[in-house]
Design a protein around this ligand. Structure first.
Ligand SMILES: [Fe+2]
Ligand SMILES: [Fe+2]
Length: 397
């Protein structure tokens, strides 16, 4: 029986299921807790910690929506539908958002029918897409899940990732690494509150790694033997280096992890394993997104020490390298290297080629056999957030 891996990447889950990749649908809320000045308002609706407030006389009845954490959200205008009563529209907005919060979905994941109904209304919601995709992974009869980073969109929502793949995590068979979205900061504000910092993001990642039973070395790497697959797997942190500037998402494996990998390469546990698997988030070679198309720009995106990393992978004799980041699904053996290279697209946002979201189902025994498994996506129009214009595209895989 082969040992079977699901290589999954770039889930981009978030507090409300919105993503920096789709700014037209981002959930907008105040940067600070709304507290001050609330005496001027009266509560006219309240549920699950959400409140709709109406300003007392002097403010002409202004309606305000406040979430359970105390941040203000805009009330949809009447032109967006949902009736003439602003209180009703605000309450309806609260219900839609609450049902899609990562913490709510993680504590009580909806069953198949309910999930399909929610996806009908908001098919682009990444939190819902994550749950749907994880069910496809579970049905693919795999022994382990390798998650190659960007598990979250801005450091928020790890609990949903853990719930979605709980059956693997419980057996010590969920192997995540962090990506730039999990650890680095962005010039555009997401809906994550309080606003994340490098320290807060890294602390959350460390907690998740510990709950997955992974012992992260001081250099940022972890390793695990998988005897039933005659394999050893290594997870590297391609964001271990401090972010150089907030608008740069370049990664690096760094000299410490490369030295660690080379040392590991001398040990019997590495050399005796038939399959020597290395996971990292950033891509190691430029990836085109279709026939006749060039690889998209790598400015602010690339792995700065890809060449040194490639040499180290050759020297230690890695047999399989898996990464995410570019949201491209591809398998190749790069020129000059003998390892199988797997690039997994976003499991929720799809492949830059225009292909549906997918993951790699990889069987390892005396050979490596891989199939691309697509996630079915219904073509249903989503309600846009009211009053927002789609912004220009921005590279930030
Ligand atoms: Fe990324
Ligand atoms: Fe990504």
């Amino acid at each position: 029986m082969p040992f079977t891996i699901a290589h999954v990447s770039d889930l981009h889950v978030s507090g409300f299921g919105d993503t920096l990749h789709d700014r037209a649908r981002m959930t907008r809320r105040s940067a600070r807790v709304a507290g001050a000045g609330e005496a001027a308002f009266e509560t006219c609706w309240e549920e699950a910690g959400w409140r709709v407030l109406r300003a007392r006389a002097r403010k002409r009845g202004e309606i305000v929506l406040v979430d359970p954490d105390g941040y203000r959200h805009p009330v949809p205008p009447a032109s967006a539908g949902g009736g003439v009563d602003p209180v009703e529209r605000a309450a309806s907005r609260a219900c839609v958002l609450e049902a899609r919060r990562s913490a709510v979905l993680a504590s009580s994941p909806p069953e198949g029918g309910a999930l399909a109904q929610m996806l009908d209304r908001t098919p682009e919601n990444v939190n819902l897409r994550c749950l749907r995709a994880a069910r496809v992974v579970a049905e693919a009869d795999v022994d382990a899940v390798f998650l190659t980073g960007d598990c979250t969109d801005d450091g928020e929502g790890w609990e949903l990732v853990e719930t979605a793949f709980a059956r693997f995590q419980e057996r010590g068979r969920l192997f995540p690494i962090p990506g730039n979205h999990d650890l680095y900061l962005f010039p555009i504000a997401s809906s994550a509150r309080p606003r994340p910092t490098h320290a807060s993001k890294r602390a959350l990642w460390r907690d998740v790694a510990a709950r997955c039973g992974l012992a992260v070395e001081p250099c940022g790497a972890w390793k695990r033997l998988i005897p039933e697959g005659d394999a050893i797997v290594v997870g590297l942190d391609s964001c271990a280096r401090r972010q150089r500037a907030f608008f740069r998402q370049n990664g690096a494996i760094g000299p410490e992890q490369l030295a660690w990998l080379r040392e590991l390469g001398k040990t019997p546990e590495w050399k005796d394993a038939r399959h020597r698997v290395v996971l990292c988030h950033h891509h190691v070679v430029p990836l085109a997104v279709g026939f006749g198309k060039r690889a998209p720009t790598e400015i602010g995106m690339r792995l700065d020490d890809a060449r040194a990393f490639g040499e180290a992978l050759n020297d230690v004799g890695a047999t399989i390298v898996m990464h995410g980041h570019r949201h491209v699904s591809e398998r190749r053996q790069p020129a000059g290297h003998d390892f199988d290279l797997f690039a997994a697209p976003s499991l929720t946002l799809g492949c830059k080629s225009g292909d549906a979201p997918s993951f790699w189902r990889v069987e390892i025994d005396h050979r490596v056999h891989a199939d691309r498994v697509r996630i079915p996506v219904e073509a249903v129009e989503q309600e846009n957030d009211p009053g927002t214009e789609p912004p220009p595209p921005m590279a930030m895989e």
